[in-house]
Design a protein around this ligand. Sequence first.
Ligand code: UT7
Length: 337
Amino acid sequence: MNFGARVTGTGSAFPENRVNNASIVEKLKKLGIETSDAWIRERTGILERRISDVENPAEQNSSLGFSAAQKALEMAGRSPEDIDQIIYATCSPDTLLPSTACWLQHKIGANKAWVMDINAACSGFIYGLATVEKFIQTGQVKTALVVGGEVLNPFLNWEDRNSCILFGDGAGAAIVEQVPADSTQRILSSHLLSDGNLWELFHMPAGGSNMEVTPEVYSRKLNKFKMKGKEIFKIAVKTLSDFANYALKKNQMTVKDLDWFVPHQANRRIIEAVANRLSLPMEKVLINVDRYGNTSAATIPTALDEAVRNGTIKSGQTVLLDAFGAGLTYGSMLLRW
Ligand code: UT7
Protein backbone atom coordinates (compact mmCIF):
# COMPACT_ATOMS: atom_id res chain seq x y z
CA MET A 1 0.00 0.00 0.00
CA ASN A 2 1.43 3.34 -1.03
CA PHE A 3 -0.91 5.66 0.87
CA GLY A 4 -3.48 5.84 3.63
CA ALA A 5 -6.96 7.39 3.47
CA ARG A 6 -8.29 9.75 6.11
CA VAL A 7 -11.72 11.33 6.64
CA THR A 8 -11.04 15.07 6.87
CA GLY A 9 -14.56 16.49 6.74
CA THR A 10 -18.14 15.46 7.41
CA GLY A 11 -21.55 16.99 6.76
CA SER A 12 -25.23 16.14 6.90
CA ALA A 13 -28.58 17.44 5.72
CA PHE A 14 -32.20 16.56 6.42
CA PRO A 15 -35.54 17.61 4.99
CA GLU A 16 -37.47 20.19 7.02
CA ASN A 17 -40.60 18.18 7.74
CA ARG A 18 -40.32 16.50 11.17
CA VAL A 19 -42.85 13.71 11.46
CA ASN A 20 -43.39 12.45 15.00
CA ASN A 21 -45.03 9.19 15.97
CA ALA A 22 -48.35 10.92 16.71
CA SER A 23 -48.50 12.07 13.06
CA ILE A 24 -47.78 8.52 11.87
CA VAL A 25 -50.54 7.19 14.15
CA GLU A 26 -52.97 9.71 12.57
CA LYS A 27 -51.83 8.89 9.03
CA LEU A 28 -52.27 5.13 9.53
CA LYS A 29 -55.60 5.61 11.31
CA LYS A 30 -56.99 7.17 8.12
CA LEU A 31 -56.00 3.95 6.31
CA GLY A 32 -57.71 1.85 9.00
CA ILE A 33 -54.38 0.65 10.46
CA GLU A 34 -53.64 0.71 14.15
CA THR A 35 -50.35 1.67 15.73
CA SER A 36 -49.30 3.79 18.68
CA ASP A 37 -46.57 6.12 19.83
CA ALA A 38 -45.85 3.70 22.70
CA TRP A 39 -45.42 0.71 20.37
CA ILE A 40 -43.08 2.59 18.02
CA ARG A 41 -40.99 4.01 20.90
CA GLU A 42 -40.71 0.74 22.79
CA ARG A 43 -40.10 -1.56 19.81
CA THR A 44 -37.82 0.73 17.78
CA GLY A 45 -36.63 3.69 19.89
CA ILE A 46 -37.82 6.07 17.16
CA LEU A 47 -39.49 9.30 18.27
CA GLU A 48 -39.55 11.16 14.97
CA ARG A 49 -38.15 11.12 11.43
CA ARG A 50 -37.76 13.63 8.58
CA ILE A 51 -39.76 13.18 5.39
CA SER A 52 -38.75 14.86 2.13
CA ASP A 53 -41.20 16.79 0.01
CA VAL A 54 -40.27 15.14 -3.28
CA GLU A 55 -41.81 17.98 -5.26
CA ASN A 56 -39.37 20.42 -3.64
CA PRO A 57 -36.11 20.34 -5.68
CA ALA A 58 -34.17 21.27 -2.51
CA GLU A 59 -35.28 18.02 -0.87
CA GLN A 60 -34.39 15.58 -3.65
CA ASN A 61 -31.87 12.93 -2.66
CA SER A 62 -29.00 14.59 -4.58
CA SER A 63 -29.93 18.00 -3.13
CA LEU A 64 -29.68 16.68 0.42
CA GLY A 65 -26.38 15.07 -0.65
CA PHE A 66 -25.29 18.42 -2.09
CA SER A 67 -25.94 20.27 1.21
CA ALA A 68 -24.17 17.54 3.20
CA ALA A 69 -21.21 17.58 0.77
CA GLN A 70 -20.87 21.38 0.96
CA LYS A 71 -20.57 21.17 4.75
CA ALA A 72 -18.05 18.32 4.52
CA LEU A 73 -15.95 20.30 2.01
CA GLU A 74 -16.02 23.34 4.27
CA MET A 75 -14.84 21.28 7.27
CA ALA A 76 -12.03 19.76 5.19
CA GLY A 77 -11.04 23.18 3.79
CA ARG A 78 -11.52 21.88 0.23
CA SER A 79 -13.49 23.04 -2.79
CA PRO A 80 -15.42 21.04 -5.43
CA GLU A 81 -12.47 21.39 -7.88
CA ASP A 82 -10.35 19.33 -5.46
CA ILE A 83 -12.60 16.26 -5.75
CA ASP A 84 -11.25 13.40 -7.91
CA GLN A 85 -13.97 10.84 -7.18
CA ILE A 86 -17.55 10.83 -5.90
CA ILE A 87 -19.30 7.71 -4.63
CA TYR A 88 -22.99 8.13 -3.87
CA ALA A 89 -24.36 5.31 -1.72
CA THR A 90 -28.11 5.04 -2.12
CA CYS A 91 -30.95 2.63 -2.73
CA SER A 92 -33.36 5.48 -3.51
CA PRO A 93 -31.70 7.24 -6.47
CA ASP A 94 -33.11 10.48 -7.90
CA THR A 95 -33.47 8.63 -11.21
CA LEU A 96 -32.29 5.25 -12.53
CA LEU A 97 -30.40 7.22 -15.17
CA PRO A 98 -28.24 9.16 -14.68
CA SER A 99 -26.80 8.11 -11.34
CA THR A 100 -27.46 10.25 -8.28
CA ALA A 101 -23.69 10.82 -8.20
CA CYS A 102 -24.00 12.51 -11.62
CA TRP A 103 -26.86 14.69 -10.37
CA LEU A 104 -24.69 15.67 -7.41
CA GLN A 105 -21.71 16.39 -9.65
CA HIS A 106 -23.94 18.61 -11.79
CA LYS A 107 -25.15 20.48 -8.70
CA ILE A 108 -21.80 20.86 -6.93
CA GLY A 109 -19.60 21.37 -9.99
CA ALA A 110 -16.86 18.83 -9.20
CA ASN A 111 -15.89 18.84 -12.85
CA LYS A 112 -12.65 16.88 -12.73
CA ALA A 113 -14.16 13.97 -10.77
CA TRP A 114 -15.34 10.56 -11.96
CA VAL A 115 -18.49 9.54 -10.17
CA MET A 116 -20.80 6.58 -9.57
CA ASP A 117 -23.53 5.21 -7.33
CA ILE A 118 -23.25 2.20 -5.04
CA ASN A 119 -26.35 0.34 -3.96
CA ALA A 120 -25.56 -1.69 -0.87
CA ALA A 121 -28.66 -0.35 0.92
CA CYS A 122 -27.94 0.44 4.58
CA SER A 123 -24.31 -0.75 4.32
CA GLY A 124 -23.73 1.63 1.39
CA PHE A 125 -21.73 4.30 3.20
CA ILE A 126 -19.18 1.77 4.46
CA TYR A 127 -19.02 0.18 0.96
CA GLY A 128 -18.42 3.68 -0.47
CA LEU A 129 -15.71 4.57 2.05
CA ALA A 130 -14.00 1.20 1.48
CA THR A 131 -14.06 1.78 -2.30
CA VAL A 132 -12.51 5.24 -2.20
CA GLU A 133 -9.99 3.97 0.36
CA LYS A 134 -8.68 1.49 -2.24
CA PHE A 135 -8.37 4.16 -4.98
CA ILE A 136 -6.62 6.49 -2.54
CA GLN A 137 -4.26 3.75 -1.31
CA THR A 138 -3.07 3.03 -4.86
CA GLY A 139 -2.51 6.72 -5.59
CA GLN A 140 -5.18 7.01 -8.30
CA VAL A 141 -7.29 9.40 -6.24
CA LYS A 142 -6.19 12.11 -3.81
CA THR A 143 -9.48 13.54 -2.64
CA ALA A 144 -12.82 11.71 -2.67
CA LEU A 145 -16.35 12.55 -1.64
CA VAL A 146 -18.58 9.78 -0.27
CA VAL A 147 -22.27 10.47 0.30
CA GLY A 148 -24.83 8.20 1.92
CA GLY A 149 -28.18 9.70 0.98
CA GLU A 150 -31.76 8.47 0.85
CA VAL A 151 -35.25 9.67 0.09
CA LEU A 152 -37.08 6.50 1.08
CA ASN A 153 -40.60 7.77 1.62
CA PRO A 154 -41.79 7.21 -1.99
CA PHE A 155 -40.99 3.50 -1.52
CA LEU A 156 -42.82 2.99 1.78
CA ASN A 157 -46.00 0.98 1.89
CA TRP A 158 -48.10 2.97 4.36
CA GLU A 159 -50.42 0.01 4.73
CA ASP A 160 -47.58 -2.09 6.19
CA ARG A 161 -47.22 -0.92 9.79
CA ASN A 162 -44.30 -3.29 10.31
CA SER A 163 -42.06 -1.28 7.97
CA CYS A 164 -43.48 2.22 7.29
CA ILE A 165 -42.89 3.42 10.85
CA LEU A 166 -39.14 2.76 10.62
CA PHE A 167 -37.75 4.91 7.84
CA GLY A 168 -36.72 8.52 7.29
CA ASP A 169 -34.93 10.67 4.72
CA GLY A 170 -31.56 12.44 4.90
CA ALA A 171 -27.96 12.50 3.69
CA GLY A 172 -24.49 12.42 5.22
CA ALA A 173 -21.17 13.07 3.49
CA ALA A 174 -17.46 12.59 4.08
CA ILE A 175 -14.37 14.00 2.37
CA VAL A 176 -11.61 11.38 2.30
CA GLU A 177 -8.03 12.44 1.54
CA GLN A 178 -4.70 10.80 0.82
CA VAL A 179 -2.27 10.68 3.77
CA PRO A 180 1.03 8.81 4.27
CA ALA A 181 0.49 5.04 4.63
CA ASP A 182 1.80 5.10 8.22
CA SER A 183 -0.30 8.09 9.30
CA THR A 184 -1.89 7.48 12.71
CA GLN A 185 -5.13 9.20 11.62
CA ARG A 186 -6.60 7.10 8.83
CA ILE A 187 -8.93 4.25 7.93
CA LEU A 188 -7.32 1.25 9.63
CA SER A 189 -9.26 -1.53 7.91
CA SER A 190 -12.52 -2.34 6.15
CA HIS A 191 -14.44 -5.63 5.97
CA LEU A 192 -17.26 -6.27 3.50
CA LEU A 193 -19.49 -9.27 2.73
CA SER A 194 -22.83 -9.84 1.00
CA ASP A 195 -25.31 -12.71 0.96
CA GLY A 196 -27.62 -12.47 -2.05
CA ASN A 197 -29.33 -15.69 -0.95
CA LEU A 198 -31.16 -13.57 1.62
CA TRP A 199 -32.62 -11.15 -0.98
CA GLU A 200 -36.19 -11.92 0.02
CA LEU A 201 -35.85 -10.50 3.52
CA PHE A 202 -35.93 -6.94 2.21
CA HIS A 203 -36.70 -6.17 -1.41
CA MET A 204 -38.81 -4.24 -3.88
CA PRO A 205 -40.24 -6.45 -6.66
CA ALA A 206 -41.02 -3.72 -9.22
CA GLY A 207 -39.42 -0.54 -10.50
CA GLY A 208 -36.37 -2.19 -12.09
CA SER A 209 -36.15 -3.93 -15.46
CA ASN A 210 -37.77 -7.12 -14.11
CA MET A 211 -41.12 -5.50 -13.63
CA GLU A 212 -42.45 -2.27 -15.05
CA VAL A 213 -44.68 -0.22 -12.75
CA THR A 214 -48.03 -0.72 -14.50
CA PRO A 215 -51.30 0.41 -12.87
CA GLU A 216 -51.83 -3.17 -11.65
CA VAL A 217 -48.33 -3.40 -10.17
CA TYR A 218 -48.89 -0.02 -8.55
CA SER A 219 -52.22 -1.03 -7.03
CA ARG A 220 -50.62 -4.23 -5.62
CA LYS A 221 -47.85 -2.03 -4.12
CA LEU A 222 -45.13 -4.13 -5.75
CA ASN A 223 -43.09 -0.97 -6.21
CA LYS A 224 -42.81 -0.57 -2.42
CA PHE A 225 -40.53 -2.10 0.23
CA LYS A 226 -41.31 -5.64 1.33
CA MET A 227 -39.59 -6.48 4.59
CA LYS A 228 -39.44 -9.49 6.91
CA GLY A 229 -38.55 -7.48 9.99
CA LYS A 230 -38.33 -10.21 12.60
CA GLU A 231 -35.93 -12.35 10.51
CA ILE A 232 -33.76 -9.31 9.69
CA PHE A 233 -33.64 -8.37 13.37
CA LYS A 234 -32.05 -11.69 14.37
CA ILE A 235 -29.53 -11.72 11.51
CA ALA A 236 -28.66 -8.07 12.16
CA VAL A 237 -27.78 -8.66 15.80
CA LYS A 238 -25.56 -11.61 14.93
CA THR A 239 -23.78 -10.11 11.91
CA LEU A 240 -23.24 -6.67 13.46
CA SER A 241 -21.61 -8.35 16.46
CA ASP A 242 -19.55 -10.71 14.28
CA PHE A 243 -18.37 -7.90 11.98
CA ALA A 244 -17.45 -5.66 14.91
CA ASN A 245 -15.42 -8.48 16.49
CA TYR A 246 -13.78 -9.31 13.16
CA ALA A 247 -12.60 -5.71 12.64
CA LEU A 248 -11.23 -5.55 16.19
CA LYS A 249 -9.46 -8.90 15.86
CA LYS A 250 -7.87 -7.93 12.53
CA ASN A 251 -6.34 -4.91 14.28
CA GLN A 252 -5.34 -6.81 17.45
CA MET A 253 -7.79 -4.71 19.46
CA THR A 254 -10.60 -5.40 21.91
CA VAL A 255 -13.73 -3.37 22.69
CA LYS A 256 -11.68 -1.67 25.42
CA ASP A 257 -9.62 0.01 22.68
CA LEU A 258 -12.72 1.58 21.15
CA ASP A 259 -13.71 5.16 21.85
CA TRP A 260 -16.87 5.11 19.72
CA PHE A 261 -19.08 2.54 18.06
CA VAL A 262 -21.25 3.82 15.19
CA PRO A 263 -23.68 1.08 14.17
CA HIS A 264 -26.31 1.30 11.45
CA GLN A 265 -29.39 2.88 13.02
CA ALA A 266 -32.26 0.53 12.19
CA ASN A 267 -33.77 -0.06 15.61
CA ARG A 268 -32.51 0.92 19.07
CA ARG A 269 -33.19 -2.62 20.31
CA ILE A 270 -30.87 -4.07 17.65
CA ILE A 271 -28.14 -1.63 18.72
CA GLU A 272 -28.59 -2.45 22.42
CA ALA A 273 -28.51 -6.19 21.73
CA VAL A 274 -25.26 -5.79 19.75
CA ALA A 275 -23.66 -3.62 22.46
CA ASN A 276 -24.67 -6.25 24.98
CA ARG A 277 -23.12 -9.09 22.93
CA LEU A 278 -19.92 -7.06 22.55
CA SER A 279 -19.89 -6.10 26.28
CA LEU A 280 -19.69 -2.51 25.10
CA PRO A 281 -21.22 0.18 27.35
CA MET A 282 -24.02 2.15 25.62
CA GLU A 283 -22.14 5.37 26.55
CA LYS A 284 -19.71 4.50 23.74
CA VAL A 285 -22.46 4.00 21.15
CA LEU A 286 -23.62 6.85 18.91
CA ILE A 287 -27.39 6.97 18.40
CA ASN A 288 -29.52 9.10 16.09
CA VAL A 289 -32.33 6.65 15.24
CA ASP A 290 -34.50 8.36 17.87
CA ARG A 291 -34.60 11.61 15.86
CA TYR A 292 -34.26 10.44 12.26
CA GLY A 293 -35.44 6.82 12.10
CA ASN A 294 -33.66 4.46 9.72
CA THR A 295 -32.22 6.60 6.92
CA SER A 296 -30.46 3.58 5.35
CA ALA A 297 -27.10 4.61 3.81
CA ALA A 298 -27.35 7.96 5.63
CA THR A 299 -27.49 6.66 9.21
CA ILE A 300 -23.75 6.22 9.79
CA PRO A 301 -22.48 9.43 8.10
CA THR A 302 -25.13 11.58 9.78
CA ALA A 303 -24.41 10.07 13.22
CA LEU A 304 -20.67 10.56 12.61
CA ASP A 305 -21.13 14.15 11.49
CA GLU A 306 -23.20 15.06 14.52
CA ALA A 307 -20.58 13.58 16.87
CA VAL A 308 -17.68 15.28 15.08
CA ARG A 309 -19.40 18.67 15.10
CA ASN A 310 -20.44 18.58 18.75
CA GLY A 311 -16.94 17.48 19.84
CA THR A 312 -17.95 13.96 20.93
CA ILE A 313 -15.48 12.38 18.49
CA LYS A 314 -12.02 13.87 18.98
CA SER A 315 -8.79 13.67 17.00
CA GLY A 316 -6.87 10.46 17.61
CA GLN A 317 -9.87 8.47 18.85
CA THR A 318 -10.69 4.98 17.60
CA VAL A 319 -14.05 4.64 15.90
CA LEU A 320 -15.77 1.48 14.64
CA LEU A 321 -18.47 1.69 11.93
CA ASP A 322 -20.73 -1.34 11.51
CA ALA A 323 -23.67 -1.93 9.16
CA PHE A 324 -26.05 -4.44 7.60
CA GLY A 325 -28.59 -3.83 4.87
CA ALA A 326 -30.87 -5.22 2.19
CA GLY A 327 -29.19 -7.72 -0.08
CA LEU A 328 -28.20 -8.73 2.50
CA THR A 329 -25.02 -6.70 2.79
CA TYR A 330 -22.66 -6.33 5.73
CA GLY A 331 -19.64 -4.18 6.47
CA SER A 332 -17.45 -2.81 9.23
CA MET A 333 -14.65 -0.29 9.25
CA LEU A 334 -12.17 0.74 11.91
CA LEU A 335 -10.78 4.30 11.82
CA ARG A 336 -8.37 6.37 13.87
CA TRP A 337 -10.01 9.81 13.76
O1 UT7 B 1 -32.06 -1.48 7.54
C1 UT7 B 1 -32.66 -2.76 7.56
C2 UT7 B 1 -34.13 -2.56 7.59
N1 UT7 B 1 -34.96 -3.33 8.45
C3 UT7 B 1 -34.73 -3.63 9.73
O2 UT7 B 1 -33.71 -3.42 10.29
C4 UT7 B 1 -35.88 -4.29 10.46
C5 UT7 B 1 -35.44 -5.05 11.69
N2 UT7 B 1 -36.60 -5.45 12.47
C6 UT7 B 1 -37.19 -4.65 13.37
O3 UT7 B 1 -36.77 -3.53 13.60
C7 UT7 B 1 -38.37 -5.21 14.15
O4 UT7 B 1 -38.49 -6.60 13.90
C8 UT7 B 1 -39.72 -4.50 13.78
C9 UT7 B 1 -39.73 -3.08 14.33
C10 UT7 B 1 -39.95 -4.49 12.29
C11 UT7 B 1 -40.88 -5.26 14.45
O5 UT7 B 1 -40.66 -5.33 15.84
P1 UT7 B 1 -40.80 -6.72 16.62
O6 UT7 B 1 -40.56 -6.44 18.04
O7 UT7 B 1 -39.90 -7.71 15.94
O8 UT7 B 1 -42.32 -7.04 16.42
P2 UT7 B 1 -42.98 -8.35 15.82
O9 UT7 B 1 -42.77 -8.43 14.35
O10 UT7 B 1 -42.59 -9.52 16.68
O11 UT7 B 1 -44.50 -8.06 16.09
C12 UT7 B 1 -45.05 -8.04 17.42
C13 UT7 B 1 -46.48 -7.57 17.32
C14 UT7 B 1 -47.29 -8.27 16.22
O12 UT7 B 1 -48.61 -8.46 16.70
P3 UT7 B 1 -49.07 -9.89 17.25
O13 UT7 B 1 -48.88 -10.82 16.10
O14 UT7 B 1 -48.16 -10.18 18.40
O15 UT7 B 1 -50.50 -9.64 17.64
C15 UT7 B 1 -47.30 -7.26 15.10
O16 UT7 B 1 -48.44 -7.41 14.28
O17 UT7 B 1 -46.51 -6.17 17.00
C16 UT7 B 1 -47.38 -5.97 15.89
N3 UT7 B 1 -46.94 -4.79 15.15
C17 UT7 B 1 -47.34 -3.55 15.47
N4 UT7 B 1 -48.18 -3.08 16.41
C18 UT7 B 1 -48.37 -1.76 16.47
C19 UT7 B 1 -46.07 -4.73 14.12
N5 UT7 B 1 -45.90 -3.44 13.73
C20 UT7 B 1 -46.67 -2.70 14.56
C21 UT7 B 1 -46.93 -1.33 14.67
N6 UT7 B 1 -47.78 -0.89 15.64
N7 UT7 B 1 -46.34 -0.41 13.87
